[in-house]
Design a protein around this ligand. Structure first.
Ligand code: GUN
Length: 286
């Protein structure tokens, strides 16, 4: 149906452009390189990291995956990070979240070289985003990919009422900042809010990033709403589904993202694009 935002098709287009950028960089003897650090044996994280590695290889991006046991100490992790921060070869570093509980994730993330912070979670890059700085810097890949979707489908943001459900560092906060910067009127909801429907029913755009099934039903949104579903959940039949009740909301929405085939492929495409951009920026800045 024509109200579906096809994240898979858009990701393919973005990836084709990225592959061309990589070819151009190779011709200048610049070899973009992404290093992913994965600690522990969280199965979902291992799955995500495998798809990132595969996509990087397909696009000609060098990919290093450092898998560390769950007992790895914070000090050991910081030592590896220090090596990657100073490596001539590595342009982009991603430490897969969540880290085991004994590691202070916020602190470790804050130690990533801001010029290699492909997730954009580091304080300097988050600060630039918050201040709507107009220079080149990395931005969290999932919300940046969502912005590419809005752009591709000509979805107007200026003056629109946008509701972001979830306030995580990975999605909710950077999503809200990007929407504010784009001129939307933004409300961020969290699990303490008990009258969520009051906000979502009034919204032109709803971004759900709760990781909870049935976060929104058709009764929670207005006719013509744009719904972006960031959730990746497994339902009672072991099927990958999003946060929202897709089939019923699709009947009311002007646009909706499916799961799978919506936000997920765009996150990876944005990660690849941003790896290449970091390599380019580091070449320009020396
Ligand atoms: N875990 C789930 N999504 C992400 C992401 O975008 N970046 C990192 N570093 N970890 C994640």
């Amino acid at each position: 149906m024509d109200n579906i935002i096809d994240g898979k098709a858009l990701a393919k287009k973005v990836n084709q452009e990225t592959a061309s950028m990589v070819e151009e960089l190779h011709s200048k003897e610049i070899d973009p390189c992404l290093a992913v650090i994965l600690v522990g044996d969280d199965q979902a994280s291992h799955r995500y990291v495998r798809s990132k590695h595969k996509k990087a290889q397909q696009l000609g991006i060098k990919s290093i995956v450092k898998e560390l046991p769950k007992e790895t100490t914070e000090k050991e992790l910081l030592n590896i990070l220090d090596e990657y921060n100073n490596s001539e070869e590595i342009d982009a570093i991603l430490i897969q979240s969540p880290l085991p509980k004994h590691i202070n994730e916020k602190f470790v993330m804050s130690q990533i070289n801001p010029n290699k912070d492909v997730d954009g979670f580091q304080v300097i890059n988050s600060g630039k985003l918050f201040l709507n700085d107009q220079s080149n810097y990395p931005v969290a890949c999932t919300p940046k990919g969502v912005m590419t979707m809005f752009d591709e489908y000509n979805i107007e943001l200026k003056g629109k009422k946008a509701v972001v459900i979830g306030r995580s560092i990975i999605v909710g906060r950077p999503m809200a900042a990007l929407l504010i910067n784009a001129g939307a009127e933004v409300t961020v909801l969290n699990h303490y809010v008990d009258n969520m429907k009051e906000y979502t029913c009034d919204a032109d755009i709803v971004v759900s990033a709760t990781g909870k099934l049935h976060t929104l039903t058709a009764d929670d949104v207005k006719e013509g709403v744009v719904v972006i579903d960031v959730g990746q959940n497994v339902d009672e039949n072991n099927k990958l589904v999003g946060d929202v009740d897709y089939d019923s909301i699709k009947e009311k929405a002007s646009y909706i993202t499916p799961v799978p085939g919506g936000v997920g492929p765009m996150t990876i495409a944005t990660l690849m694009r941003q790896t290449v951009e970091l390599a380019k920026w580091s070449d320009i800045n020396g």
